[in-house]
Every structure is written in C-alpha cells, then in structure tokens.
Design a binder for this molecule. Structure first.
Ligand SMILES: [Zn+2]
Length: 244
C-alpha cells in the first residue's frame, strides 16, 4: 500500500494543492456568476444555501464543500497530479478512487450507508460526481437526514484515511452510530447554549418573583428536552433507571 509515500502525498496536498484548487474553483465560480445566472448556477446556489444552513460543525460543511468541488485528495485526484502512480481505491482495490467512489460507491462506504437503521440504505447512485448525488439528496431528504448524511460522509472519509495511514478499520455499524452520536452532541451543545442564554434572562425574572417554600419543604424545578432522531431518550431512561 506504500504508506510513507502516500502520507507525504497527502501532506503535500493538504498543505498546498488543495488550497490552490479551492481558490481556483472559487474564482471560476465567481467568474460564472459575473457572466450571468444559469440553471446550473441556480442549482449550485441552492446546494450551498442548504449546506451552510444545516446544523453541523463548520468543519463538516467545509469538507462537504470540498467533496462537491472534487477537491478531496483521493487516489484518482492525486494520480491526475502525478503524485501517486495508481488511482485505485485503497479500500476495495477494484476501481479508481474518485470522490463519488470513496464516499458513496465503494463497497466499504456502501456497508456504512446500508447498515441497520440507515435511511440511505435503498438509495442508488445518481449522477457522475458527488455534487450531483448531493443535489439529488437535497430534494429527497429532510434537513435532519441531510445533517446525518454529511456526518456519515465525513466519517467514511476519516475511516478511509485511518485505513491508509494506520491500517485501522471500524465496523460499519460503529461508524454509523458514531455519526448519529456526533449529530446528537452537536445538536445538544447548540441547544444547551441557546437554553442557557434564555435561562439567564428568565433567572432574573424568577429571582424577582421567587418565594421561599414553607418550613420543612423543598421545592425542585427542572426541565428537559429530547430529540426524536436518536436513541438519546433510551439512553436517558437507562441512566435514570440506574440512578434511581
Ligand atoms: Zn473502493
């Protein structure tokens, strides 16, 4: 597999070519915009609008933006730039590793998309690149599902890197569960921030109207919010059962 060579190739891409590529594509996009709107530009505009509005970490949004612009350092992309000598997928070794193959078509990726509770298991390949596939999903899935899709795609890519550089490979179910958990964590962290911000205002009002309970009594007020998408409620139930 030639890990040392691949690693230096990856590093050089990360440090230079990808940034140049991003700037190039961004420049081309601006040029196209200045020439006037067309249907493909409108479609792209919708993609970016949805992408940036999703409730996921910015690092994941940037990753998807790069994937849609074919800017990930896949073997096929590195071969085009003569950084590596073959473009075969390091996971399956059957086809050239394009972005679409790495994140969707590769059997190792399909194992993740098709695992147990996945809502993507019956989806088929649409288009010739990842942008076209994402455009297709845009009209098919809710924002919640798109957020999960991005988290899963990001983890599939990290898994691919983990295999190439460290020889590690997680079970598809574990990877999918990690993506769900990451969605939960991000949702809860942003929700907690919002709640705390509102509570800080409410606390002042409560302090003004609060009255001490009668002697010998204890008053406890509490609130909780659960997200339907995950098994967080089950985990909380388990926690409370253990605690009681
Ligand atoms: Zn493959």
């Amino acid at each position: 597999m030639g890990k040392p060579h691949s690693y230096s190739a990856q590093a050089s891409w990360s440090n230079g070519h990808a940034e140049q590529g991003s700037a190039y594509h961004l420049g081309k996009e601006i040029q196209q915009w200045s020439k006037g709107a067309c249907s493909s530009i409108d479609a792209k505009r919708e993609v970016w609008k949805v992408l940036w509005s999703l409730k996921i970490p910015n690092s994941v949004k940037v990753f998807l933006w790069k994937a849609c612009h074919n800017l990930l350092p896949t073997k096929a992309n590195l071969l085009k730039r003569k950084v590596v000598e073959d473009g075969l997928c390091p996971c399956c070794g059957r086809e050239d590793e394009t972005v679409l193959h790495a994140l969707w078509d590769c059997p190792s990726a399909q194992d993740v998309w098709g695992c147990g509770a996945s809502c993507f298991k019956k989806c088929y390949t649409v288009g010739d690149n990842f942008l076209q596939l994402f455009e297709h999903f845009l009209h098919r899935f809710s924002p919640n599902n798109l957020e999960l899709l991005e988290m899963v795609a990001r983890r599939i890519w990290l898994q691919r890197n983990s295999l190439v550089f460290e020889g590690k490979f997680l079970h598809p179910n574990t990877l999918y569960a990690e993506a769900i958990s990451a969605c939960d964590d991000f949702y809860c962290s942003t929700k907690t921030t919002m709640v705390l911000a509102s509570v800080s205002v409410d606390v002042q009002e409560l302090a003004r109207i609060w009255k001490a309970p009668s002697a010998g009594l204890i008053k406890i007020n509490w609130d909780a919010a659960l997200k339907w998408r995950t098994n967080l409620d089950k985990r909380l139930n388990t926690y409370f059962k253990k605690s009681s």
